[in-house]
Ligand binder design. Sequence first.
Ligand SMILES: [Zn+2]
Length: 405
Amino acid sequence: MIIRKAFKFRLNTNGVIEADLYQYAGNCRWLWNKALRMNLHRLENKQPLLWYGELDWFSKLWKKSDEHGFLKLSPAQTLQQTLKQLERAFKDAFDKKQPLKRIPTFRKRGDRDSFTFPQGFKIEGRRIFLPKIGWVNFRKSRNIEGTPKNVTVSRQGKHWFVSVQVELAIAEPVHPSTSIVGGDVGVKRLVTLSDGRYFKPVDVTFWQEKIKCLQKRLARMVKFSNNWRKLKARITRLHTKIANIRLDTLHKVSTALSNSHAMIVLEDLQIKNMTKSAKGDVNNPGNKVRQKSGLNRVILEQGWGMFRTFLEYKQHWLGGQVLYVDPKYTSQSCPHCGHTSKANRQSQAEFVCVRCGHQEHADVAGARNILERGHRLLACGEIEVAQLFEAGTGRLSDKPEPVLV
Ligand SMILES: [Zn+2]
């Protein structure tokens, strides 16, 4: 299995080298902002976005101009790489699987000073060759394993660093566990497992209340006044905080799940469709993106899409798997006798089978159904579980008892 990994070292720079590094980072920042401004303008006017090819063409024009001729000083590939990063940022912003990604923002002076060389660099012992800069020594704190694919030069405080991204072949991992579990992803509980355990969703009500409070105060203020700006910045920071808390929880839950089960069965929900109206797609960004995301807030908040992505790559690293099954009727079928009816679902939280009387938390019942479909999928390959249930009474014959591990 091939993985990507980064090794970061501090560069031993001097004034002459640093002057170049500042210039190159500054040029990349200028180009990023210039291209971003063009695309934001196009978004506002509902014109298609400019992608790498077009932006690179503009960049070459600017290079030739007297006004922006300073771009010529930069290694060409660092500028191209900046435009590729911008393209990626815009694509991510419209990717429904990454609901927390927002439209890219302007880079400020001194903020995220960095540039990337996709090629043309050489590493020999404790020194690295960077195009247009030459050989620079670095503090080699560890050996670099794998094949270097690109290097990024960045600044933190007054020091400059080089990060070498490598591709590394590692042995195919074998998951430490052999168990399989079904998971019902929901609103009240983030994930409910077929063994009855569950993970709570992220509780950010405290911070949300705080934001509401501040927003009320903001509304009473003189727009664009100094205090208004300050408060607005504070609200933005709180939003970032909430996003980080959510991300953290999704990481913790997905790591815990991935560590304990080799196979995780989930419903194949088309999250894409659920959030479609808000985000639109790359070529046709949704109108009023902000307002509409408010409507789909609950779904986005849970970050289901991200949760799946995290689980998938964590399972991939560990040698496990995520299996998706048909979600039809998982909430209405009895995990005990298979009877499927709307009446089984007495309330949001309670499942009582009208045929056999089996009683369970509705989310656990759902998770057990999901697990069972996972077993069937593994045993018989592709089957249309939905078809078996189509009649509404569809009792699954010869089904194996769900193995709860
Ligand atoms: Zn039943």
